[in-house]
Design a protein around this ligand. Structure first.
Ligand code: 0O2
Ligand code: 0O2
Length: 225
């Protein structure tokens, strides 16, 4: 057990650090008063029970080791949720440009959805963690998806868990249809993206300064006449 705690510590540290850093992207966009491609961020260290299941699947020993660290790139996992599909590429570009991490692999499950209907963009990074023994570079998986893709994936994940990955056919079919419906929702939202962003900007201006918000709205009404 202490060996596992020691092995997992840099992963915990990476998740905590990256959550703070990536949340910073959102606040910086907000300060610029422009649409932020980041809606919210979650992160977790893979629970030991899930690590165990993965080692069985991959046929590798369940013990803290370099092999485990290489074979399971998602021991540290972050998830970035976006409003629009086009925000996903903006986030990927931001990650590629950063010099505190190195993108080493990208998997596009949006253009190439999985058979289950799963859509998401996965990025694997090398991330240096400072430890009392010196710098240790670890792998971290960042999943980037829209709110609709996330809604679908969370539901599908719970159902798979409940049915131990043997979903009844009827549920699988319905999930595939739901995945397409979620994708159509993303497409529809993209079509009215400018309108939504105008409304969001108006709302955030109004929250900060109600007087200015109303004036802007009046100007908007005049503009539309
Ligand atoms: P569930 O049912 O597992 O979805 P805070 O510090 O308050 O911002 P906190 O409480 O530390 O946040 O947790 P955070 O960062 O909000 O969310 C942890 C969530 O990470 C978990 O949600 C998981 O859903 C999610 N997660 C699970 N697997 C992965 C994964 O592979 N990659 C990523 N990136 N995230 C994952 P819950 O709430 O435990 O519920
Ligand atoms: P958890 O509980 O989220 O941690 P490979 O071994 O290369 O074939 P691998 O390792 O499965 O593939 O990597 P992949 O498919 O690129 O990404 C794995 C993670 O993506 C999963 O982690 C899930 O978080 C998510 N994911 C992939 N496919 C699906 C899917 O069909 N449905 C849902 N809901 N999520 C999916 P884990 O470790 O499986 O699970």
């Amino acid at each position: 057990m202490p060996q596992w705690n020691k092995f997992l510590e840099p992963y915990k540290q990476a998740v905590n650090e990256l959550k703070v850093k990536l949340k910073g992207i959102r606040s910086q966009y907000e300060l610029e008063d422009v649409h932020t491609p980041v809606e919210f961020i979650t992160g977790r260290v893979k629970p030991r029970a899930s690590i165990y299941d993965k080692t069985l699947e991959k046929g590798i020993p369940f013990e803290p080791s370099d092999e485990l660290a290489t074979e399971l790139p998602d021991i540290a996992g972050l998830r970035i949720m976006c409003q629009f599909v086009s925000d996903i590429q903006s986030v990927v570009e931001i990650l590629r440009q950063r010099n505190d991490l190195e993108v080493i692999e990208e998997r596009d499950y949006i253009s190439n959805k999985k058979a289950s209907g799963y859509r998401s963009y996965h990025v694997i990074i090398n991330y240096p963690v400072q430890t009392i023994q010196g710098e240790k570079t670890i792998l971290v998986e960042i999943q980037i998806r829209t709110l609709a893709m996330n809604f679908w994936a969370s539901i599908e994940h719970s159902l798979n868990y409940k049915y131990e990955s043997a979903l009844p056919e009827e549920i699988s079919i319905r999930l595939e249809r739901a995945a397409e419906a979620a994708f159509r929702l993303d497409e529809e939202m993209s079509l009215i993206r400018d309108e939504i962003q105008d409304a969001q900007q108006y709302f955030s201006t109004y929250k900060e300064d109600p007087t200015r918000g109303y004036i802007d709205q009046d100007q908007n009404a005049r503009r539309k006449k």
